[in-house]
Write a protein that binds this ligand. Structure first.
Ligand code: FEO
Length: 173
């Protein structure tokens, strides 16, 4: 059985993951309004990944005899000044989520909840990739400055991204 403190913290994280999904879906909609459908597609893949993260926690909490309590999801922003501003917000958001995941790990250790510690390790690794993906795009957008041709090329590349759910071995799902 999972302890109450850990249960509350995981419920909070389920909400944070659903907020992330909502944020990226809003970013996807924004990119459609400026005709960058490749960026929009990339954000939709982010949206799907975040839903996977939330549902992974949902499943784990149920498996440990905890009670999932869903909370209201905050309204995400819907306007940005540029593609770079969107990706900078993405990176800042992922850094924040990394902090939340680290806090879950620290709490699991304090509570001597080894099963949750093992479970959270997957998210720790995932955050490395999440930050890296956003960081690379921020770097590329800074590099191209205001070149519409280069932006078009990146957009075409991001249009190729496809959501692939982690395998059972990767995701323990
Ligand atoms: Fe669920 Fe993007 O971290």
């Amino acid at each position: 059985m999972i302890g109450k403190k850990m249960e509350d913290a995981l419920n909070g994280q389920i909400n944070a993951e659903f907020y992330s999904a909502y944020l990226y879906l809003s970013m996807s909609a924004y990119f459609e309004t400026i005709n960058l459908s490749g960026f929009s597609n990339w954000m939709q893949v982010q949206f799907e990944e975040e839903q996977f993260h939330a549902m992974k926690m949902f499943g784990y909490l149920n498996d440990r005899g905890g009670k999932v309590v869903l909370q209201a999801i905050d309204t995400p922003p819907c306007k940005w000044d540029s593609p770079l501003a969107v990706l900078e917000e993405t990176l800042a958001h992922e850094v924040k989520v990394t902090g939340l995941v680290n806090d879950l790990m620290i709490l699991a250790r304090e509570e001597r909840d080894i099963a949750t510690e093992n479970f959270i390790r997957w998210f720790i690794d995932e955050q490395v990739e999440e930050e890296d993906n956003a960081n690379k795009l921020v770097g590329q957008l800074k590099m191209i400055k205001d070149s519409p041709q280069a932006l078009f090329m990146i957009d075409r590349e991001l249009g190729q991204r496809v959501y692939t759910p982690p395998t059972a071995a990767e995701g323990n799902a």
